[in-house]
Design a protein around this ligand. Sequence first.
Ligand code: FAD
Length: 648
Amino acid sequence: MSQTQRSRGHVDERTARKVAEEAREAEWRLPSFGKQLFLGDFRLDLVHPHPRPDAEARRKGEEFLAALTGFCASRIDPAAIERESRIPDDVVAGLRDLGALGMKIPEKHGGLGLSQLYYGRALMVVGSVSPALAALLSAHQSIGVPQPVKLFGTREQKDEWLPRCARQVSAFLLTEPDVGSDPARLRATAVPDGDDYVLNGVKLWTTNGVVADLVVVMARVPKSDGRRGGISAFVVDMATPGITVENRNAFMGLRGIENGVTRFHDVRVPKANLIGAEGAGLKIALTTLNTGRLSLPAICAASGKWAAKIAREWSRERVQWGRPIGEHEAVSRKVAFIAATAYAMEAMLDLSGQLADDERNDIRIEAALAKLWTSEMACRAADELIQLRGGRGYETAESLAARGERGVPAEQLLRDLRINRIFEGSTEIMHLLIAREAVDAHLSVAGDIIDPDASTGQKARAAAKAGGFYARWLPTLVTGAGHRPSSYGEFGPLAKHLRYVERASRKLARSIFYAAGRWQGGLEYRQGFLGRMVDIGAELYAMSAVCVRAQADSSAERPFISGGAVPGMSAVRLADAFCRQSRVRVEELFDGLWRNTDAMDVKLARSVLAGDFAWVEEGVLDPSIPGPWIAPSDPGPSQKDDVHRTIP
Ligand SMILES: Cc1cc2nc3c(=O)[nH]c(=O)nc-3n(C[C@H](O)[C@H](O)[C@H](O)COP(=O)(O)OP(=O)(O)OC[C@H]3O[C@@H](n4cnc5c(N)ncnc54)[C@H](O)[C@@H]3O)c2cc1C
């Protein structure tokens, strides 16, 4: 990169950060378990005893779950959706008639008014049959039109659109060809003109975009005299002239989703369709995601449960080398990992969902941790499932069935799950987003010390403020309940794990404090450190959730699931196993905070990008570049100068 490019990049990066920062909800009005965890303050009281739905929420939720389960079991053919890459219209219509398009829409607006907990459990049921169908429901209800309108719409907007959303599919349009994780580059425009805005731009990868009736579009209102402008959110009726859907995109997985490229050409949108204020679009999107981020964990938790079932069945049934494969240690470890992880994913999902319903806590960190952690762990579990199924794990369900075996779609599971690590905030972006919240306390007291734009006076005032804060805070990190053998005694065999979480939380806070002092403003660029730090927080949250859940599950009244009780100490045993596995990961992550190859890798990557090691790529062909097997008249997708079919 040239000096000019670097400095231009620097300006761009600062702008990107500024835009992200402005979209952040800066205030914390309610207590946050996740935030305190990163500050070394393990507030078990915020999540224990496990919150429970009230009688009415439970009745409504269980009734709907029973109807939905019946529908999914009898009316949906998952193999057909996979084979034809399409969700049949009658399936969507059937779900609509059940009320599944309006699960979270209040009853007075024609929806079911389900709680977040039961919405999550409904997505689990649908996701277990067809992740593509769960993606349709979740894109519509978690990020599509209903949620931002419910949270930020005026009374008129709610009255107009929520009843429609209970019957029609909607979509959320933010991404553009040049705008993925970085909304600062957003190009779509909404120019005020009389009583309308005129929209122009192209939106990429819009889930449901091909079939949606209503969409929420992020577009930039230009700044002008007396007008703040900025990225804004609009509800747009897809029947408006000037909208074209140009492609139905196809992916590695989620074969049934109706995902398109949507072009807006001079589309007139009434001013009444602006949600919130001009310039508030990203904040609206992020706030919507506070609970919206819990949809993907539901789909991941569903996959974990199914993987646990198949892993158990196959590991017992398949005999090799004189024993069921589940009795060979290498396979047992996989079975144990999948079962324990499935329980933890469900625990995290339900706890976060019920916390959201109770509105006593700010759950933005918990929801983000749940999205990050379950999307990663579900993929690992699916990969282990494929491995223990051997060749059958790699074979498609259709092929297995065609030669007379049970059509187990293990390979499809991994393909369907893989996107969860990319959309609604990629793992890398979730690391940054959560890390930003985790270091918020430090930035709010000491931010000006490390701000290159702060004046000497501001820095001096910040130093004095920080001195006072750290003088009070640091002593709290030295010792705590985790050092007292009697702490958390009501958890029996799980108490030791909660003591570990308490100690690890303080150690994490000390590590963050040390890193902030060592790297100061440079900490935000230490993505390796930040990622591990957030992953530790995620494991600690998972351990807390599973302990609290196991305690509730092993008590007389089962909190959530309809059906049979968890036998005896079974839940405690599985939670104990999960915590032991998780602690091994946490210790590795702590170790990696200070012992890693991050700095070397950054330097090496720079050289790789400069082409210093291009020789390592020699000796193969590049199938993405058109070769002689394509007619010479077809220029192919790319003829750029720097792309070569054969490696030089
Ligand atoms: C199946 C599917 C459905 C989708 N549905 C929708 C939808 O309904 N609506 C919608 O608006 N969008 C949707 N998307 C878009 C999706 O949200 C984006 O793919 C996602 O935000 C990532 O953007 P990108 O693909 O452009 O990757 P990029 O932003 O180009 O990122 C590429 C890689 O770089 C990493 N990266 C980027 N910036 C940083 C950074 N600052 N630090 C560290 N790492 C970084 C990313 O994590 C990623 O690994 C969908 C995409 C797919 C594939």
